[in-house]
Design a binder for this molecule. Sequence first.
Ligand SMILES: Nc1ncnc2c1ncn2[C@@H]1O[C@H](COP(=O)(O)OP(=O)(O)OP(=O)(O)O)[C@@H](O)[C@H]1O
Length: 251
Amino acid sequence: MTGTPLLETRALTKEFRGFRAVSEVDLTVARGTVHALVGPNGAGKTTLFNLLTGFLSPTSGAVVFDGQDITGKAPEQIAPLGIARSFQITSLFEAMTLREHLELALASPTGMGKQWWRSVSRMATFKDRAMELLEQVGLADRAGAPASSLAYGQKRALELAIAMALDPKLLLLDEPTAGMGIEDIDRTIALVKRLAAGRTVVFVDHNMHVVGSLADTVTVLQSGQVLAEGPYEQVRADERVITAYLGAAHE
Ligand SMILES: Nc1ncnc2c1ncn2[C@@H]1O[C@H](COP(=O)(O)OP(=O)(O)OP(=O)(O)O)[C@@H](O)[C@H]1O
């Protein structure tokens, strides 16, 4: 199935009490690419992410992942198929160490997560993989430290490592650089590039430097609809996109 897209949405629509937050969206994400979703506030990006990961059910339309119709499936059914997601806000356990976070994430897909306190010795089997993941995101030297001791950018990096624990085919990143200063932003760009090797990534970000540095393809949403799609340079020069952003900035 290498020729088929990894992810497709077909006329995907979500209404909230008659208001269309996502409207007839046809999205195609090719395997092995990095795909950005951009658009002014309220364009429907987060709603679309929630539809892809099962946190919301569509009003109509379909989501096809790796050739399988996953429309309306629950998050716990979708995640094991190979879709992992990071969130806009940090969701860490402050007192747990970095390594424990990874061990718990690694144990969850095996079903051990629910009874991990009985399986402390078996958790040791996840130690090596946990350390590899921390290595990947540059946090191996902090493995034994509690999450509370991390700086903001490091917390976001830890969350990326947790999302990678599933070894997902598709990694969805919701504003990976939100709230970061320029140094952390550049570090995150480099990190996402490393994690994207041999994988497919869809991300939302408002920072055009991030979008231009990472994305092979950019989809611009406005009022729940696809306004433009293509390589960054092409989309950036698109009159409709410029007008949409200027309009939003003006408002
Ligand atoms: N649960 C909900 N009930 C009602 N309206 C909602 C709900 N969730 C989102 N909306 C509306 O749907 C529209 C799209 O919202 P969404 O959060 O998806 O936009 P966004 O592109 O992610 O915006 P931002 O860049 O600000 O995060 C907005 O008008 C929002 O108010």
